[in-house]
Ligand binder design. Structure first.
Ligand code: PSU
Ligand code: MN
Length: 308
């Protein structure tokens, strides 16, 4: 059911630094054909840091770890009707021999299965605003209790309720570390005014913590919150306006369930005349670089030798 690209397979066997990449961000998070370029650039940034990228998706009912360029082009193209796949959807998509893009939850799950420890994304899913009514909480959060994977994310989008998302992670016992910051980043912007408990200032520091997690045999995900670089960061007030507007428009459209996140991303991109798309791309590249650096630092402290 799982086909691991031979290059990635060899890297896993030799304990080399590898960074997993999700595919929902390609198929549902960004418009075609920009999404192809973004996806390939993500891989380049990881390679430039000396790590091996592995983009993961489902093609004709087979989970592929380490897509080829052709396969990336395939899942990027909307004519191929790529399904958005979270943990719970996986067996259905496999049974239907369908094509699927994996969300953070499903990607973490597969990374854990094939022994890929590090994973870069844009922003993880979380507790949605208005959760009191909708009960909409992303599967991504619970996945951190199930998969032993370190996820580098630019925090969470302020289309979500950031406070509640962090409280939920706290309840689940998930470690959240800010990279060079104690302010939890809000995806498009560095600012959220929400403080987190832990801050690390280098990949080495993070690797050291992961090593102790291993030594304790704690099997759970870690969230590394990596703010978008200052030069690309929106101010909180300007992106908040775009988000408010997108949410008002969504209310009139009766968008629900797994369509919510892709809808809002596209809407915000439209409202900001694609500026938010560029910001989204830059923060993903930034996360790819950091994930690769942490993977390398982890190898340096002997992390891969103690695989459990
Ligand atoms: N962040 C992005 N773009 C995306 C997503 C996150 O920058 O497309 C995707 C991720 O795959 C994440 C998913 O797992 O949205 C969350 O969806 P939901 O809120 O339906 O759980
Ligand atoms: Mn949801």
């Amino acid at each position: 059911m799982i086909r691991v690209n031979p290059l990635v397979e060899e890297a896993i066997r030799n304990n080399q630094p590898i960074v997993g990449l999700e595919s929902t961000i390609i198929s549902h998070g960004m418009p075609y054909p920009d999404n192809i370029k973004t996806s390939l650039l993500c891989e380049d940034y990881i390679k430039n840091e000396g790590a091996i990228p592995a983009t993961i998706a489902i093609i004709n009912g087979e989970i592929v770890v380490g897509l080829t360029e052709k396969e990336i082009e395939f899942i990027a193209n909307p004519i191929n009707k790529i399904v958005k796949v979270g943990r719970k959807d996986l067996p259905v998509v496999l049974a239907n021999k369908a094509n699927g893009a994996l969300t953070v939850s499903a990607t973490m799950m597969i990374c854990d299965m094939v022994n890929i420890r590090f994973f870069a994304t844009g922003g993880i899913g979380g507790v949605h605003r208005g959760v009191e009514e909708t009960f909409d909480i992303s599967q991504d959060l619970r996945e951190f209790t199930l998969s032993n994977v370190v996820v580098v994310s630019a925090g969470v989008k302020s289309i979500l309720d950031i406070n509640k998302t962090l409280e939920y992670l706290e309840t689940l016992g998930v470690l959240v570390i800010g990279f060079k910051t104690k302010e939890f980043p809000a995806f498009y912007t560095q600012e959220s005014n929400i403080e987190i408990e832990y801050r690390c200032d280098s990949p080495d520091e993070i690797a050291e913590i992961i090593k102790y997690q291993d030594a304790m045999k704690i099997k759970s995900g870690i969230l590394i919150a990596n703010p978008i670089p200052k030069e690309y960061s929106y101010s909180k007030s300007s992106i908040d306006k775009a988000i408010e507007k997108a949410m008002v428009e969504m209310k009139g459209q009766e968008v629900t369930g797994k369509a919510v996140t892709p809808y809002l991303l596209a809407k915000i991109s439209e409202i900001t005349a694609n500026k938010s798309l560029e910001v989204n791309q830059q923060l993903v590249y930034n996360n790819c670089r950091l994930a690769a650096q942490i993977a390398k630092a982890y190898q340096k402290v002997g992390g891969y030798g103690e695989k459990n």
